[in-house]
Design a protein around this ligand. Structure first.
Ligand code: SAM
Ligand code: ZN
Length: 277
């Protein structure tokens, strides 16, 4: 069985598009490191990921949040998003970048279901990427910033941006000609029961959609609106998985977790976009 580090080298070799964060030259394997012709070296750690951040960033997304997210994903509450992405992807093999991949659940689902697809996941949170490296797929996991991606121009046939901030200029740069951006963003009903439990009004749509349409052309889209019945345990995981609650203390989160609303709505836009100017 391949070690996590070997899996990363395999994924990096298949994609062949890693660019040195210092000088932009191609990075290739050199022992347990990656190195560029200008002698810059990047360590691949035993967990099977690269860190290209020049300084560690404090993230409000911690290991507890990603563990709760994983349980919510495993309960099937976001399976429809995978089906929607698959329906929007053109036929054929793909090189995917999941920008702001979190714990890697989407990328893993897509790579394990589609032989011949390869991919990379980048997230600024180390906790997220450490969790992603435990997944079965062979992917290039990178702790990095989606505003400055360590990939050559035109490297990917598709970029996924799921409930994550975007940097459209950077996405355009790393997409191959004819490549697609798949953007997943909230509809007005998204997590409305959790918002209500926190005393928040429903999500106001408009801003994300307007900015996306300014930067890209939506060529096809799907809307997912599902209300899931939730057990007390799953409600608790939703409370702990959402950034909506991240500024609350553990005590405050537990108080909301103790009052199960009985259901949670997942209302999302899944848009396939062209980025050519
Ligand atoms: C709501 S989570 C979504 C994660 C994942 N796409 C999912 O749907 O489970 C937002 C993610 O964006 C990441 N993120 C925020 N700013 C980022 C940046 N500048 N570069 C890379 N990742 C970023 C966070 O660490 C977090 O994992
Ligand atoms: Zn270099």
């Amino acid at each position: 069985m391949l070690s996590k580090r070997d899996k990363l080298f395999l994924a990096a070799g298949t994609l062949g598009c890693l660019a040195c964060p210092s000088c932009g030259a191609a990075l290739t394997r050199s022992g347990d490191d990656l190195a560029c012709p200008n002698r810059h070296r990047l360590n691949v750690n035993r967990k099977g990921c690269l860190n290209v951040l020049s300084a560690q960033v404090d993230s409000c997304y911690d290991a507890d949040l990603f563990a709760a997210r994983r349980r919510v994903f495993d309960a099937g509450c976001y399976d429809a998003v995978i089906s929607a992405i698959e329906a929007l992807m053109p036929a054929g093999e793909h090189r995917l970048l999941d920008a702001g991949c979190g714990d890697g659940w989407y990328l893993n689902a897509l790579l394990t279901r589609h032989e011949g697809w390869s991919g990379a996941g980048v997230d600024i949170s180390r906790d997220a990427i450490f969790q992603a490296t435990n997944l079965p797929c062979t992917a290039l996991w990178v702790v990095g910033d989606l505003r400055r991606l360590p990939f050559a121009d035109g490297s990917f046939t598709a970029v996924l941006d799921v409930l994550t901030p975007a940097n459209y200029d950077e996405f355009r740069r790393i997409l191959a000609p004819g490549g697609l951006l798949i953007k997943v963003y909230p509809g007005s009903g998204y997590l409305r029961e959790l918002r209500a439990a926190r005393g928040l009004a429903p999500y106001e749509e408009g801003q994300v959609d307007a900015y996306l349409r300014e930067k890209a052309t939506i060529v096809a889209e799907k809307r997912i609106t599902m209300t899931h019945a939730v057990s007390d345990a799953l409600w608790r995981d939703f409370v702990w998985m959402t950034p909506l609650m991240q500024d609350l203390s553990a005590e405050e989160k537990n108080a909301i977790a103790a009052k199960n609303a009985g259901s949670v709505t997942v209302d999302l836009h899944v848009a396939a976009c062209r980025m050519e100017i």
